[in-house]
Design a protein around this ligand. Structure first.
Ligand code: ATP
Length: 426
């Protein structure tokens, strides 16, 4: 059977993954076999989410009635019902509902009734609390088939420590990243010297290590010194797989969905108030704005180096008329050319336009020139993929250290991946 749970936490505490880890142990205690624990991220632009829009699914062998009653009991025991936005859902399905529902939930928006209709058709046991919205995530979690997977080991704190400062040795996190990157990622942001894997919210998570296999996340985890976790769970996840992305064109983007869009840069990127950088791309007559917000830090330097005429693939969520960039591919770099009216050789003054298609004219002596002065600068950016730093990465965004299947890894990225020959999984 597949057990799905979602929407149990609030900004004040709890985490659906913790509840899932505790449930897995209770099922095992009752002699059921937990074959797999899945952490499933859904559309990152859903406004109902508390933090990262996660749901969980457990693949279990055992008595479905007993499992359903244990899952409902743990939700009643641990979910934060006091929060208006907490609307839990539990599903126990003996056959997997149509995976198309997961695809929709990770890329688009779903209705509660769609989930209920699917559960009825699949003959699943289910229960929703309050407005029952959690049934969407719980149904998506059990219906999902992932074409690509990664792993995360989550260490959870003892309940007596929830809400207190976390004790995790900072240097051991940097050492774990150094020893296991690029097989694990986003433990820290080495460039900005920031710890990424330890949350600041009052939930039960102590830290989480993401990587390509259980062996690699375990190896990184073994290098971390911290307060003693109460529970640890390795999750199979769709994190870091770009599962949220759709192919898009400038004229076909829908609010709250995430895309790869190929287009031509129309003008030089501009830095606005707050340090946010914007520019536009165009394809077949339509134009869309792209944004690299201040939290994307050094990524903005890459964006500022784009020039008009560059062909790029912009990747990110379309929100309020802009693509919020997660990464870009510079496919065909343009020449960096700036033009200005020529100097009048007699007067040493800049000429001005003599009218449309009429060249330039010196206002002082009346001399004419046909062509503008052209200045070409060498490009600082070469073709290839560029991404936001780990501090700004969304859970679903595929890090470049995992490779970019449809475009070979550019040399620059390989170099930055710091591939270490000595790093072999334990
Ligand atoms: P938690 O740890 O509780 O899962 P979270 O940040 O993951 O926290 P939730 O509290 O689960 O966020 O809130 C997300 C809500 O949005 C859930 O009720 C979920 O069922 C619902 N939801 C998820 N994806 C979609 C979607 N694509 N369309 C509509 N609703 C969705």
């Amino acid at each position: 059977m597949l057990i799905g749970i979602d929407d149990t936490d609030s900004p004040a505490g709890m985490c659906t993954t913790y509840l899932g880890a505790v449930l897995a142990r209770r099922l095992i205690h009752e002699h059921m076999r937990v074959r797999e624990a899945r952490l499933v991220r859904l559309n990152p632009n859903v406004t109902f989410k508390t933090r990262g829009n996660a749901a969980i699914a457990l693949d279990v062998e055992g008595d479905p009635d007993r499992a359903f009653s244990l899952a409902c009991a743990i939700v009643e025991e641990l979910a934060d019902f006091s929060c208006e936005k907490t609307n839990p859902g539990v599903v126990v399905a003996e056959t997997r509902p149509d995976p198309a529902f997961y695809r929709k939930a990770v890329t688009d928006f779903c209705e509660i009734e769609e989930a209920v209709n699917l559960l009825e058709a699949a003959g699943a046991r289910y229960r929703g609390w309050k407005n029952r919205r959690g049934l969407i995530g719980a149904t998506a979690a059990v219906s999902g088939i992932f074409p690509d997977t990664t792993y995360e080991i989550l260490a959870y704190r003892d309940p007596s420590r929830w809400g207190t400062p976390r004790e995790v040795d900072r240097e051991s996190l940097f050492a774990a990243e150094e020893a296991t990157f690029p097989h694990t990622w986003d433990t820290v942001d080495p460039v900005n010297r920031v710890v990424v894997c330890v949350p600041h919210t009052p939930d039960p998570v102590l830290f989480g290590i993401r990587g390509e296999s259980p062996a690699w996340v375990m190896m990184a985890r073994s290098l971390i010194q911290s307060e003693k976790p109460a529970v640890e769970q390795i999750w199979v996840t769709n994190q870091g797989t770009d599962a949220h992305l759709l192919a898009g064109t400038c004229s076909s983007l829908r609010e709250g969905l995430s895309y790869r869009v190929r287009g031509t840069v129309t003008g030089r990127p501009e830095t606005g108030p707050g340090g946010h950088v914007s520019f536009s791309i165009r394809d077949s007559g339509a134009e869309v704005r792209c944004m690299a917000y201040e939290p994307t830090k050094n990524f903005r330097e890459i964006i500022r180096a784009l020039v008009p005429g560059d062909t790029i693939i912009a990747v990110g969520s379309y929100k309020k008329g802009s693509i919020n960039l997660e990464k870009i591919c510079l496919v065909v770099p343009a020449r960096d050319i700036r033009t200005q009216p020529p100097l009048c050789t007699a007067c040493n003054k800049r000429m001005t336009s003599a009218g449309k298609d009429k060249g330039y004219k010196c206002r002082k002596c009346g001399a004419h020139e046909k062509d503008p002065e052209v200045q070409e600068s060498p490009r600082t950016l070469s073709a290839g993929w560029y991404e936001v730093p780990p501090t700004a990465r969304r859970h679903l965004a595929k890090p470049l250290c995992r490779g970019v299947p449809e475009h070979p890894l550019p040399g620059r990225v390989l170099e930055e991946c710091r591939l270490q020959d000595g790093n072999t999984p334990p």
